[in-house]
Design a protein around this ligand. Structure first.
Ligand SMILES: [Mg+2]
Length: 378
């Protein structure tokens, strides 16, 4: 069996990315036929400070999108139907979708309730095309849940995900290895996994706007400007992505980390940043139905020395408040007050490990606003 981490093994992989179309809103339109063909917005209260979690394609035509405040959405489209989310129904539907995906391979990595990567390399060994599997999956999802999904097929996660977005909604798009480079070339760099708004801005100031521009930048320049991330940018510009599909039951930890354009020097800012990360980690844990007993933080100092500090709780936690409660103590341990040389950091991270599956309780409004980031902003 080829090693999926080796370049050769990686090039032979067949990856499918399945993404439900406007998931929460589509479930509501399925269950309330009078809402079909209408602008539907699922999220917080438009009279309060709620945000849009998901909106139907009819609502998107009015310029409404996820994470916009519900109040703004209402001003753009007063006739829209606003609904509070029914997380239990979405979770149940998600379980059915993931169940369908697992009929084709055990290598299913859910990213949230409504999307997942599948590695179907083994299933295609006897000549069945990955595109055929994707077609069948889309048909089964529609038949068994009454909802449509889009799918992208390619030789790695990066391209499979871009491909599923290409013909959305209710579309299928295949990027074979020989078309990977040409497919990527004209895309704006912000479409690439790991390239956020701050990086887009910095790349833009370097005259790099498209993936082709990025491909023309030297590895040395990218590493000088972005550190370790520069390696990633160099590779993804060439359609190289070695990340394996990780089934969630094998997942031992879930975390996030960020390298800052400028070192953080204020402990209050560090703590606020860690709290924000805790919220993101909590939302992903919730979306995946996971919880863990150990919370750790990572700090990298300007001299690149890196420390991690961990706290293990008596019970598995996933809520943002529970993770956040550990942060001040961990930060104090990571950055002792008597070590002024370490008073600033270039990277911070938050991870929850020792993961187990849990039946997650319904999200409260605060958690939902983070959950939607994970579910719909990809
Ligand atoms: Mg989706």
């Amino acid at each position: 069996m080829p090693d999926p981490h080796s370049e050769q093994g990686a090039e032979r992989r067949k990856i499918i990315h399945v993404d439900m179309d406007a998931f929460f809103a589509a479930v509501e339109q399925r269950d309330h036929p009078e809402l079909r063909g209408q602008p539907v917005i699922v999220g917080g209260d438009p009279a309060g400070r709620g945000v849009v979690a998901t909106c139907s394609y009819e609502a998107r035509r009015f310029g409404i999108h996820s994470a916009m405040t519900a109040a703004r959405a209402r001003s753009l489209c007063p006739q829209a139907t606003f609904l509070r989310p029914r997380m239990e129904v979405y979770r149940e539907t998600s379980r059915r979708v993931m169940g369908i995906l697992r009929c084709y391979t055990p290598l299913v990595e859910p990213l949230s309730l409504d999307e997942a990567f599948l590695d179907v390399t083994a299933a295609t060994a006897d000549g069945i095309l990955a595109a055929q599997i994707a077609r069948e999956i889309r048909a089964r999802i529609e038949r068994e849940t009454g909802l449509t999904a889009s799918a992208g097929v390619s030789y790695n996660k990066l391209l499979a995900k871009l491909a599923s977005d290409w013909r959305k909604p209710n579309g299928l798009f295949v990027v074979p290895p020989e078309h990977g480079l040409a497919f990527l070339a004209p895309l704006p760099v912000g479409k690439l996994h790991g390239v956020g708004p701050a990086t887009v801005k910095k790349l833009s100031s370097m005259g790099i706007h498209t993936v082709l521009d990025l491909r023309n930048a030297s590895r040395e320049v990218l590493i000088a400007q972005f550190g370790k991330a520069g390696f990633w940018f160099y590779e993804v510009a060439r359609g190289i992505d070695r990340r394996p599909v990780q089934p969630s039951r094998q997942r031992k930890s879930l975390g996030t980390e960020r390298t800052f354009p400028e070192n953080l020097e204020d402990a209050k800012v560090m703590l606020a940043t860690l709290q924000q990360m805790a919220g993101q980690v909590s939302a992903r844990l919730q979306a995946l139905g996971l919880a863990g007993r150990t919370v750790s933080i990572k700090a990298r100092f300007p001299d690149f020395e890196t420390v991690t500090r961990a706290h293990t709780d008596a019970q598995a936690i996933w809520r943002a408040e529970a993770i956040t409660a550990c942060l001040p103590g961990l930060l104090a341990k990571a950055i002792p007050a008597d070590l002024p040389v370490h008073a600033s950091v270039r990277l911070l991270g938050v991870t929850v490990s020792g993961l187990t599956s849990v039946e997650v309780v319904p999200a409260d409004a605060g958690q939902l606003s983070l959950l939607e980031e994970i579910i719909d902003l990809r």
